[in-house]
Each structure stands twice: as structure tokens, then as C-alpha cells.
Design a protein around this ligand. Structure first.
Ligand SMILES: Cc1ncc(COP(=O)(O)O)c(C=O)c1O
Ligand SMILES: [Zn+2]
Length: 399
């Protein structure tokens, strides 16, 4: 057991109870996720825009605010931030950017969370890693586990996109397919982990995936030259991307980089699985389990997110909102993003285009505001969804 020296403590996100980061930790006794805390005054002494210029082009460049273990890295992070002029003109936004997370190892932002989680698990001497997945997280975990030399067990719904199944098998993971949703896969892992000696890497059930994902917030700040955008659209399933970025913004404020202002966070979900949107619209602090969840955006098929409390409080704190998009809207939007900008997106990423159009049309976003859409994954892993998209939309017609 080795202490990650940068991390001075783990703290419950709900009741503030403290935990020792030198040993394996999962949820708080109250059932809510733990978050890593740093000595940010010390971090701010060496972490700044000038220092970053000469650092490696991976997310490990933000070393002061990450666990300082030897990284299990495949070159993740520092994805392009594209000024999407043609799409912006179509939507009515002058400063529209797409952050293309599809360029990460294994083709999604899930690589960010897994590089930090597997790095820490390796240091804590984990014997086998296990996680339920909607698809992309499993592929990323399998890849980083392979690179770390640790066996992995990936549990996924039987109808997960075929590319996700194949990549996990190729990386040498044990793949379990269940007739059910990610919530059923989560139960499968929870029931067996103690008996099997698995280290549970489920969303928010260990503290370090959030740490990798928060680097999306640091990168935006760096890529905008030490500034943050006005609005961020994020496709939200388990919510780790959104929670991670908001955590990054809080850390930046503590380091004196920004004030109390925040980008307005927009959680984008699928109409067929929108627990956060429903809770937001009915002004609840927590989300109800979404029955009969179904959407082509497999990463958004998370009917009961464990981070609901955090996600909803972050939407409120940042004066953000939550928007649901139909599958057909996502598929049309994917065509539009591809044909106008050359970005071949996952349906989850495409959903943000529709959401931005709706909020620009309603006046919630003003035309000159700086807006970032997160394309969280590559379209190349979604051949089933893209086949449907190409049938739906006549070739050459952008909506
Ligand atoms: C492409 C893609 N986008 C978004 C998400 C949702 O991610 P989060 O759990 O951070 O909300 C997923 C999760 O599987 C995904 O694969
Ligand atoms: Zn607690």
C-alpha cells in the first residue's frame, strides 16, 4: 500500500467524512462517492500556463492535481478543440467549439478516467479489475488493464455495440454479456467482487476515474488561453465527465486561476433514458430510476446514476440546465456534424448539437457566447447506429 502523495485525503461528496487515500477505498459508508483532495496551494506554485508549455501532451501534464504514481498511459488527453464555424453558422452561434474526445485511446473520453483509475489500482496492488459498462468504459478499462498487466472482467448488456465487445476481447479481458441494462451489470459486479477478489472500477465507486475526467476542464482552460467558455454541453450518463469538470473548476478557483464564475453546464440525455432531465424539470435533488430505458446512444443508457445528487447540484450551482434529445434527432445531428465539420461522432456527442440548437433558438444562449460541445466518442465504434443514421437522412441533406 502506497500513498499517492499529491492526494492529501479522500472526502465523501455528500457527508464530508474523510478516508485514507493510502489504502483501497470505494464508496462512503453513507453510500455516496468519495472525491480526492489535494494541497492546491502547493499545486499552484508550479502549475501554470507557462510551465505547461513544455510538458508531455497527455493529461498527465496536470501532474500536481493528479495522483503522483507512475502512470499507466496510452497517450490520452490533449484532444483537439475545434472552432466549428460552419456548424455554428447553422445553429446561430459565432463561437461554437467541438472538443473531440473521439481521438483518445480506445476512441472515447473514458480513457481519461481509466488511465488514472488503473494507475492507482496498480499501485494499490489490485489483483483483478472489474466494471459494468454501457460500452466505451469497458473498452478503455480493458486496454489500460492490459497495459498494466492486470486481468479485467467487463460486464455489459448483451446488445452493447459490437465494436465494444470486440475491443474488450482483443485486450484479453473476460467479457460477461447480460440480458439487461448497465444497472443489472453493476449488480452482477457488486454481488461477486468480494468473493472473486475484484477491485471494483464501477462509475464513482472508486475515487480516481473522476480525477482523469476532470482534466477535460483543465484542458479547456489551457486551450482557451487561461479562460473558460460560457456554456458547456455534456452528454450525461453516469455523469462523471460533468462532475469531473466542475471539480476542476472548483480547484482552479482555489488555486486563484478563476473567480466564482462558472461555465453553465448543460446535461444532455436521451429521451429514452433521461433520469436527470426529469429530476431537473421537476426540481428534485435526486433522480428516480428511469424505467424501460432505451436509446441508441448506449453511453446514455444509465437509468439510475449514482452521482445524481452531485450532477443536479452542479447544474444548479452553475446556472445550467438539462435537455433531452430523441434518437432520431441525434442521428440527424450526427450527419450534420460530420458533413459540416468533418467530425464523425458517437450519437452521445451528436446529441449535444441538437441540445445547443434548441437552447440557441430559445435565447438561453446568446449568439456571441463561447459554447463547447463535447463529442465524447468516435463514431467508428457505432456502426449499428451509423447504418441507421445513413438510412434515415437522405445523402447530402443537412438538417
Ligand atoms: C460516448 C459516451 N458519451 C457519454 C457517456 C456518458 O458518460 P458519463 O458517465 O461521464 O456521464 C458515455 C458513457 O458510457 C459514453 O460512452
Ligand atoms: Zn458520506
Amino acid at each position: 500500500m502506497t500513498k499517492a502523495r499529491n492526494v492529501i485525503g479522500l472526502e465523501c461528496s455528500a457527508c464530508d467524512k474523510k478516508y485514507d487515500p493510502a489504502v483501497e477505498q470505494h464508496l462512503c459508508t453513507c453510500g455516496r462517492p468519495l472525491l480526492a483532495r489535494y494541497n492546491l496551494r502547493q499545486a499552484a506554485a508550479t502549475l501554470n500556463l507557462a510551465a505547461l508549455q513544455s510538458r508531455p501532451r497527455t493529461l498527465w501534464r496536470y501532474a500536481e492535481v493528479l495522483p503522483d504514481d507512475p502512470p499507466v498511459s496510452l497517450g490520452e488527453g490533449m484532444t483537439p478543440l475545434l472552432h466549428s464555424v460552419r456548424l455554428g453558422a447553422a445553429i446561430g452561434l459565432e463561437r461554437l467549439y467541438v472538443k473531440d474526445e473521439g481521438l483518445n485511446p480506445t476512441g472515447s473520453f473514458k480513457a481519461r478516467g481509466m488511465t488514472t483509475a488503473v494507475t492507482r489500482a496498480k499501485r494499490l496492488d489490485a489483483k483483478a479489475l472489474a466494471a459494468p459498462t454501457a460500452g466505451n468504459a469497458g473498452g478503455a478499462l480493458a486496454a489500460y488493464a492490459a497495459a498494466a498487466g492486470i486481468p479485467a472482467v467487463i460486464v455489459m448488456p448483451a446488445d452493447t455495440p459490437s465494436a465494444n465487445v470486440m475491443e474488450c476481447q482483443a485486450f484479453g479481458a473476460q467479457v460477461v454479456k447480460l440480458n439487461g441494462l448497465i444497472s443489472d451489470c453493476g449488480k452482477y459486479v457488486a454481488e461477486r467482487k468480494d468473493r472473486e477478489g475484484w477491485y471494483d472500477v464501477s462509475t464513482l465507486k472508486e475515487p480516481y476515474r473522476v480525477e482523469g475526467k476532470k482534466t477535460m476542464g483543465y484542458e479547456l482552460w489551457e486551450q482557451f488561453g487561461g479562460k473558460l467558455p460560457d456554456v458547456i454541453f455534456y452528454p450525461t450518463g453516469g455523469g462523471v465527465g460533468l462532475i469531473g469538470m466542475c471539480k476542476a473548476f472548483d480547484e482552479m478557483q482555489e488555486m486563484g486561476w478563476i473567480g466564482s464564475e462558472r461555465p453553465r453546464m448543460v446535461a444532455v440525455q436521451a429521451e429514452g433514458c433521461a433520469p436527470i432531465v426529469r429530476a431537473w424539470e421537476t426540481n428534485q435533488n435526486t433522480a428516480r430510476f428511469f424505467q424501460n430505458a432505451a436509446t441508441i446512444a448506449s453511453g446514455l443508457r444509465v437509468p439510475g446514476p449514482l452521482g445524481d445528487l452531485l450532477i443536479l447540484s452542479m447544474l444548479r450551482r452553475t446556472k445550467g440546465t438539462a435537455v433531452a434529445v430523441t434518437d432520431d434527432e441525434m442521428l440527424h445531428a450526427g450527419r450534420e456534424l460530420a458533413s459540416l465539420e468533418g467530425v464523425f461522432a458517437a450519437p452521445e456527442g451528436a446529441a449535444t448539437v441538437t441540445a445547443a440548437r434548441k437552447l440557441a433558438a430559445s435565447g438561453w444562449i446568446r449568439p456571441h457566447e463561447t459554447v463547447v460541445l463535447f463529442n465524447t466518442g468516435t463514431g467508428y465504434k457505432y456502426s449499428e447506429a451509423w447504418q441507421r443514421a445513413l438510412q434515415l437522412v437522405p445523402a447530402g441533406v443537412a438538417t
